[in-house]
Each structure stands twice: as structure tokens, then as C-alpha cells.
Design a protein around this ligand. Structure first.
Ligand SMILES: [Zn+2]
Length: 440
């Protein structure tokens, strides 16, 4: 009786776990990107027979040291070769190596007559440093050419096979003079603000048109394989964090009581640029790990600042989050609501936004990442910027063409979207006051 019971129980378990494995759930692990139920997976919507693209599943555990400005991380990448070709080597982007003496970017700057000044880590050629790399558990031969790392595989990777990379790396935050860089640290009212972008070794795209894309990050454009990211980010306890993907441990890192204290509405009347209050006192020994899961994306970025305050609203089940430095909170009160209007406009007029979240952040920038945009300014002047960076999530984010080959496709389409949403939301003539006439 017992053995029969056990047997039927184990059959039930096997049966239900196989169903579970096929269940598409982009909000939680396990990775279901390749599920036959995923409406966004390329195999489920082939544009023509024989089409292919490569798949990725990154798992990254990172510690961000707010005293040294160094990210120390372990990265596990499962790479699926869906191409008809056998691969003997692959390439990775180490984007942060562009910002150092004798890099290709440095040569370009000098040639253009704008020699760069480098920060403390940059001048020591510390961008992203690989401490260890294994492929399927074996040590491998590598060759570094500035921002491009070539990795020879221990055995050829056949079509329809997977391979696993294990990489230990460090990435150095820095802020050299006159070099435009997106990954940055800057002072934030006695604390440090971090924008963690292009921060991890990212496998180059192998595609049908060109084979390997090995751009040296001169045009500052991007191209990436789609898949899944499981990323944990360990910070000092006082940081408020947002990132690509769905937060897995909200109750732990952002409990209700803390979330209420951080709400943007509490700071609606805060004078512009007045020193922020301290909500979680800084204690270098107290740490917190933020865990995110994202599917159908080709990149993962994050932003972190102890002075961030949070606005939140929903449209059609999509969470809109605004993050603003407390001294700017008075002019960001409508940021989440405005973002909802922008998402609604693009979704209705051009195609539904496929992700569960969009973040707009006060981060001294104007740049797009999947589900996350880094912005700046305040209402009403930031409306065009928010509409633009959010708009990138349609072409850059969901279409994901090779920007290093055709940058204007993404930028042009996004400018069109920006003008479209501005007109729809704020009307044809949002400019108030007299415009100086320069031409008659
Ligand atoms: Zn743009």
C-alpha cells in the first residue's frame, strides 16, 4: 500500500513539475524565456522559416562597495547556440575598458582634438577586470583587445547546444573629465549616487547578417541577445535601488513601513535643492540584497542612491516607478503618472508594452535600458526627456536591432514617438510665453 502510494505520488510530482517547467512566468524564476507559451520568444513568432537568434540566461551576484566604488561579481551565463554554425570561440563586451588611456576610444578622442582626462581607476586601466573565466567548468584561453574579450571554447559548440560560462569580475566606477560615460558615480548630498550600466561582461551578438558583432564601443551604441537575467545586487542598507526586472524580495528590502517613509508625496513641498532628510542611517556594516528577475530583455541595468524617494502608479497592470533625489521631489510629483500616460499612448497607438514595469529615475542622464530610464530635470521641462527615453523601450528595447550598424533607426523612430506622445498628452502648442523671433 505504502509503495503504491509513494509511486503514484512520485508520478504526480513528475507530471506536475513537467507542466511547471513549461509554464510561462516572466516575473519569477525559473527561467521560462524559451517556453512555447512565451508570446515574445522568437521561436514562437518566426518571421520566416530558417530564422534564428541566440539565447542567453545570465545569473549575476554582485556586491557594490560604496567606499571603494568597485563592483565585485560572479556571473553565470548559459548560452544557447541556435545558429546552424559550429562555434569554436565567442566574444564578450567589456564596455568599461573604453574609458582608459590607449583605448580605441582614447585614440578617437585625441584624433578629434579632445584628449581625455581620466579618473583614478581609469588612469590605471581599470574598467572591467576578469579575475576568472571557466567554460563548462574548464579553464580556457582568452585574448583581450581593449573592450572585446575573445574566449576559445574547450570544445566546439554545435548547433542547438548550450554552453555555460562562469566569470568572476570586478568593474570600477569612475568619473574622468570630459569623457561622456553612462556608468557613473557622483556625489549625492553627502552620499554617493551609482548608475550601474554596461557593467558586466556581456556576450557579443552572433547574428545571421554579420556573424560576430565586435564593436569597440566608439559610437556608444548597443546590441544584445535576448533572454533572462537573474541578478542580485548587494548594497549598504541605506540605498534605494531600482533595476531591470521584477523585484523578488520586496518584503525584505522595501517593507511597507520603509516604503511609506520613502514616498514622494511626503516631499511635495520640499524646497528645491534643500538638503535631504536621512531615512535609513548609514551603517557600513549593514547590508541588503536586492533580487531581480527579468525575461525577454537584452540587457540589465540598475540605479542606486540613498536620497531616492519613490512615486508609483499602475496602468493596465504595468507598474510605473519614479525615483527622485529628495531635494528634487517637488518637481517630480507627476513623474509616475506622466510615464503612465506615455506608456498608454505608445501601447495603444504602436504596440503593447510587453514588460511589467517602467522606471524613470532622477540620475543626471538621458538614457534607456530595458524597463529603466535614467533621466534628470523636473516638470514640465523633463516631459520630453521622459517620453523619449521611455519610447526607446519600443525600438531599442522590444525590437532590439543592431544599433552599432544602424543607430539612426532606433533614434529616429524614438524621436517620432516622442513628438507623437507630446502632442497627444500636452497638445499641439505646449510652449508658453513669447518665442524670440530670429528670422522674419
Ligand atoms: Zn534617444
Amino acid at each position: 500500500m505504502r509503495s503504491i502510494l509513494l509511486l503514484s505520488f512520485s508520478i504526480l510530482l513528475t507530471y506536475s513539475s513537467s507542466i511547471f517547467a513549461q509554464q510561462y512566468d516572466p516575473l519569477h524564476p525559473p527561467n521560462s524565456y524559451q517556453s512555447s507559451q512565451n508570446p515574445n520568444y522568437w521561436k514562437n513568432k518566426m518571421p520566416f522559416p530558417g530564422y534564428w537568434q541566440q539565447d542567453v540566461h545570465y545569473t549575476i551576484d554582485a556586491i557594490i562597495d560604496e567606499q571603494t566604488d568597485i563592483v565585485t561579481a560572479k556571473e553565470n551565463l548559459v548560452y544557447s547556440n541556435n545558429s546552424p554554425d559550429t562555434l569554436k570561440f565567442v566574444y564578450f563586451h567589456l564596455y568599461q575598458n573604453a574609458f582608459q588611456p590607449e583605448s580605441y576610444s582614447d585614440d578617437l578622442q585625441k584624433t578629434n582634438g579632445y584628449p581625455a582626462r581620466y579618473g583614478r581607476y581609469e588612469s590605471q586601466k581599470l574598467g572591467t577586470v576578469i579575475d576568472k573565466i571557466n567554460v563548462d567548468g574548464q579553464e580556457v584561453k582568452i585574448q583581450l583587445d581593449n573592450t572585446i574579450l575573445k574566449v576559445w571554447l574547450p570544445k566546439p559548440l554545435l548547433p542547438n547546444e548550450n554552453i555555460v560560462f562562469d566569470i568572476n569580475f570586478k568593474t570600477y566606477f569612475d568619473m574622468g573629465g570630459n569623457v561622456r560615460r553612462r556608468m557613473k558615480v557622483f556625489p549625492a548630498y553627502g552620499f554617493k549616487h551609482f548608475d550601474g550600466v554596461h557593467w558586466y561582461p556581456r556576450i557579443c551578438v552572433y547574428d545571421r547578417k554579420f556573424g560576430w558583432e565586435t564593436d569597440q564601443h566608439l559610437g556608444k551604441e548597443f546590441y544584445g541577445d535576448y533572454g533572462t537575467y537573474d541578478v542580485s545586487l548587494n548594497f549598504s542598507d541605506n540605498y534605494v535601488v531600482e533595476a531591470t526586472g521584477f523585484l523578488q524580495n520586496k518584503d525584505e528590502v522595501l517593507p511597507k513601513e520603509l516604503r511609506e517613509k520613502l514616498d514622494i508625496k511626503n516631499f511635495a513641498n520640499k524646497p528645491w535643492e534643500e538638503k535631504p532628510s536621512v531615512i535609513t542611517p548609514y551603517d557600513p556594516k549593514k547590508r541588503k540584497t536586492w533580487k531581480y528577475h527579468a525575461e525577454n530583455v537584452h540587457d540589465f541595468a540598475w540605479t542606486a542612491d540613498p536620497t531616492y524617494r519613490i512615486g508609483e502608479t499602475y496602468w493596465n497592470g504595468i507598474q510605473m516607478v519614479s525615483l527622485v533625489q529628495e531635494p528634487h521631489a517637488s518637481r517630480w510629483q507627476n513623474a509616475a503618472d506622466y510615464t503612465a500616460k506615455v506608456i498608454e499612448t505608445y501601447s495603444k497607438d504602436f504596440g503593447m508594452y510587453v514588460y511589467n514595469k517602467m522606471v524613470v529615475a532622477d540620475a543626471r542622464d538621458g538614457m534607456e535600458y530595458p524597463m529603466l530610464t535614467l533621466d534628470g530635470g523636473g516638470d514640465p521641462s523633463y516631459r520630453g526627456l521622459l517620453a523619449h527615453e521611455v519610447g526607446h523601450n519600443w525600438f531599442f528595447g522590444m525590437v532590439g536591432n543592431n544599433e552599432t550598424y544602424r543607430a539612426a533607426l532606433d533614434e529616429g523612430f524614438t524621436q517620432f514617438l516622442t513628438a507623437w506622445s507630446q502632442e497627444k498628452i500636452d497638445g499641439l502648442y505646449p510652449v508658453r510665453g513669447l518665442v524670440k523671433q530670429n528670422y522674419s
